[in-house]
Design a protein around this ligand. Structure first.
Ligand SMILES: [Ca+2]
Ligand SMILES: [Ca+2]
Length: 247
């Protein structure tokens, strides 16, 4: 049994050791700009164009869509009332992006970061985004996406059932670039999307964008979501092993 554990740990070590993730700079990655008043939201729509520095908004579909920066209240996220009072969970700071769609299914609103990098052959890219599900609304169908040349190449989705209420939870996404072909050298972007699934207003919140070149977690960081089931299982075994050890 011990031999089997040692083999598992050796394998996990080999898998975890080689790559070191390098952050790719994301402008306005915690959406602290522009500053908005507590409880307010600055929306991008056809009537009131307010840009999110570094980001571009796109709105489509038969319903009403808005996207912008908000400084939420306790009614949305407990503890959030107060100018720039820290948002809960995995958010950073007191402001976040809010994307709102309403009235008609298949309406969607999304924001896209300006070009971040060009695709390197065989490279692994990891995107982590804090996604908020407010107490007073449903998020609809949420997606975090990586695009290459404006086409979605990878996405992770979530909804009201999968996101804990009243807080921000990390979603994560890994994209492995092909070794060759037309995508290599293409323009990498990050896209955040809210897609309407019901008849009323739906609000999806996003914050703390982390985009990294290289997906494999460094040793000693087993709680990263990228680690996946194998590493989680490994961490559990490590913990049990440690508890049996004499030190
Ligand atoms: Ca606030
Ligand atoms: Ca909710």
């Amino acid at each position: 049994m011990e031999r089997k554990l040692a083999a598992v740990l050796a394998l996990a070590g080999a898998l975890a050791a080689p790559a070191v993730a390098a952050p790719i700079s994301v402008p306005n990655d915690t959406f602290q700009l522009p500053a908005v008043n507590d409880g307010a939201a600055l929306y991008i729509n056809t009537l009131d164009l307010v840009t999110i520095p570094g980001w571009t908004a796109s709105l489509s579909g038969p319903g009403i869509t808005q996207g912008g920066i908000t400084d939420p209240l306790d009614a949305q996220f407990p503890g959030a009332t107060g100018d720039d009072a820290a948002l809960p969970g995995t958010a950073d700071g007191g402001q976040a992006v809010v994307l709102r769609g309403s009235l008609a299914a298949n309406t969607q609103v999304f924001v896209t970061i300006d070009p971040l990098a060009t695709v390197e052959a065989g490279e692994t890219y990891t995107l982590t985004v804090a996604v908020g599900n407010a107490l007073d609304s449903d998020p609809g169908d949420v997606a975090i996406q990586i695009t290459v040349n404006n086409n979605v190449v990878a996405q992770t989705t979530a909804n009201d059932a999968s996101l804990p209420e009243g807080t921000f939870t990390d979603l994560q996404l890994v994209y492995v670039a092909p070794a060759s072909g037309p995508l290599v050298g293409g323009t990498l972007k990050v896209r955040l999307r809210q897609l309407v699934t019901g008849a009323g207003n739906q609000y999806a919140y996003f914050d703390r964008i982390e985009f990294e070149d290289g997906a494999v977690p460094e040793p000693g960081a087993p709680l990263l979501l990228t680690a996946g089931a194998a590493a989680l299982a490994c961490a559990g075994r490590r913990g049990r092993r440690r508890s049996r050890a004499a030190f």
